[in-house]
Design a protein around this ligand. Sequence first.
Ligand SMILES: [Mn+2]
Length: 424
Amino acid sequence: MNFDQYKIDELNHAALPEHKRRLDFVSTDIQDFDAVIKKLQAFNVAIPSWALGTGGTRFGRFSGGGEPRNLEEKITDIGLINALNKSSNSISLHIPWDIPENASAIKALAAQLGLHFDAVNSNTFQDQANQKLSYKYGSLHHVDKAVRRQAIEHNIEVIKYGVQLNSKALSVWLSDGSNFPGQLNFRKAFQNTLESLQEIYSALPDDWKVWIEYKPFEPNFYSTTIGDWGQSLLLANKLGNKAATLVDLGHHLPNTNIEQIVSLLLMEGKLAGFHFNDSKYGDDDLTVGSINPYQLFLIFNELVEGMDARDMNHATDIGWMIDASHNVKDPIEDLLQSVQAIKIAYAQALIVDKIALAAAQQNNDVTLAQEILQQAYRTDVRPLVAEASLLSGGALNPVDAFRKLKVRDALVKERGSKTVATGL
Ligand SMILES: [Mn+2]
């Protein structure tokens, strides 16, 4: 389905007086107002191809209606999201869940909707129907060279799909690990992983990167071979300039100081990108900003400070992507909420008084440093985010517009109420 721009404009028009009142209130306190709005307009977050359908747990899955039945419909859904928020102009593909059988047609459809392709993701955490050897005991770290070879070939195949679509990065998450003490020789597992990644690395085109994701536990519950940022960074450093560490917010033990990790990875030029989600207990994959928005703000504060210190482009020099599972909400509404939460945290980080904060740190003025951070965090920046969306042609309130334009009803009518998205 498609909807006409004038429908969004009509909704915006009706909400404009209220929006202007709120924007005037907040903007008087903001230095560099125009620069902040421009940065918000430039900021985009990639949508993964697996996030458009209702997710589930190992206990069950309760699918909604009108879910995308194939890659084309997933791209269409991302086009709808981007039309509403003007901040989701790319798609991250998962192979083999979403193989682009006809790359040029897929590319044309995306281009028509103003979308491009972000990182491609490989999958060696499950066995596919036609697969020769099993990943039951791991893939790139496997004790059997033939299994490692098969996993290496898969990753190289994923790069080939990505090249056809103009992707520029391969994102690797391994579930490799062990469930019980004694199962694995840690050192050998790590070395096998390194050697496998070296072969994948050598297949990367010149302008490509490989992003190495880490995770402390699950599906393995005793050890994970790339279990934390230290192990990922060790691999990235050994591999070379094209390799860097990817931070998934849910892939940390509770209370880990993620903002400190981000700061140091940026300092080393080794922060590849982000998988956004939120969590209360483990890798919960909840809506971004739904549990701990203050942590998200503190992370963005480090991101902005660290990227500015290296003169990086906020919008393009790091890979921004959502990696969440929408089990009880409409996936499109959940994604719209997630992108809004990310932009709110980003806007809050942009308005931190950085000169005053640096001075407070230099003077060991702990109280003032906290006041400065929380002054930004407690500012209602939603009118800034809305203004950026409005200026780019999006909706002032994307979730509200999605509902008022009855987008889901139209998708159910078109696709049916019993559809199940691929890859879930
Ligand atoms: Mn992830």
